[in-house]
Write a protein that binds this ligand. Structure first.
Ligand code: KIV
Length: 293
């Protein structure tokens, strides 16, 4: 069995590292990444044996209910990182640097990345952007913090440009994406997320760079796949993107449970005998006799 895929209760299971990511690409083993924003789901993902858990800035949307990822802050994400860290014993944990926490200068980017490692317990950080953030990526990598790149649709800026548009539909866009990927590779990333890139271009990028590509809506030829947990378990009420597969309907399950609870409370069915606490018999007898006086 692959070392990185051994179940959590296997004493020989190794922690997944940045080096494992690159090795997995060279050994043609697909990388599995999922987002998580809390201790219980991080524990489940880790026990299942996912390779990596991303504390995505998607937390702002799927948990906090913001319209997009722009408002979410470092202060909001750090406690989330700590909770995920506590649940993840083996998976590589990566924190997403939120909008305007790294763009202003390499110094500020290093400071923010450092907080994700030191205060959030993250082992790596993710940064959105291509050539324009290469200098920042280089600065963070140089001080020893591993960086995951993210190109294609980059939600932090896509919102400002009027929405999510599939990238790599034509040769000009393809050239730009390949240049971005190469520039991130040279800057020292250990992997690159490709979001909503055409399958053809994602394949070219995957074959061009030495570091693994992790696709989200970018087809079948990436070295790994990432999905937002709430999309794959059906827990985001607003919408499910076309590229996401919903494996279970957790919203439906929660709704059913709450409808049953509501009906049982209103009809006096819950709580039942097994849910109540009782006094000892002698104490109860004393209580009864007191009430008779
Ligand atoms: O924030 C996030 O969840 C992400 C993934 C979509 C890769 O960036």
């Amino acid at each position: 069995m692959d070392e990185e895929l051994k179940p959590a209760n296997d004493p020989d299971r190794k922690e997944v590292s940045v080096a494992s990511f690159v090795r997995m690409k060279s050994e043609n083993r697909r990388i599995v990444m999922v987002t998580s924003y809390d201790y219980p789901t991080a524990s489940i993902a880790d026990a299942v044996g996912v390779d990596s858990i991303l504390v995505g800035d998607s937390y702002g949307m799927v948990v906090l209910g913001y319209e997009n990822t722009i408002p979410v802050t470092v202060e909001e994400l750090l406690p989330v990182c700590r909770a995920v860290r506590r649940g993840a014993a083996h998976s590589l944990v990566i924190g997403d640097l939120p909008f305007m926490s790294f763009q202003v200068s390499p110094e500020e980017a290093i400071r923010t990345a450092g907080r994700f490692v030191k205060e959030g317990g993250m082992e790596a950080v993710k940064i959105e952007g291509g050539t324009e953030v290469s200098e920042i990526v280089e600065s963070i990598s140089r001080i020893g913090i591993p960086v995951l790149g993210h190109i294609g649709v980059t939600p932090q800026t896509a919102t400002l440009h009027g929405g999510y548009r599939i990238q790599g539909r034509n040769v000009d866009s393809s050239d730009k994406l390949i240049a971005d990927a190469k520039s991130l590779e040279e800057a020292g990333v250990f992997g690159i997320v490709l979001e909503m890139v055409t399958e053809e271009v994602a394949k070219v990028i995957t074959e061009t760079v030495s570091v693994p590509t992790i696709g989200i809506g970018s087809g079948r030829f990436c070295n790994g796949q990432v999905l937002v947990l709430h999309d794959l378990i059906g827990l985001y009420p607003s919408f499910t993107p076309k590229f996401a597969k919903r494996y279970v309907d957790v919203s439906g399950t929660i709704k059913q449970a709450l409808q049953n609870f509501t009906a049982e409370v209103r009809n006096g069915i819950f709580p039942e005998e097994q849910h109540v606490f009782r006094m000892d018999e002698d104490q109860r007898a004393k209580l009864d006799s007191k009430r008779k006086i």
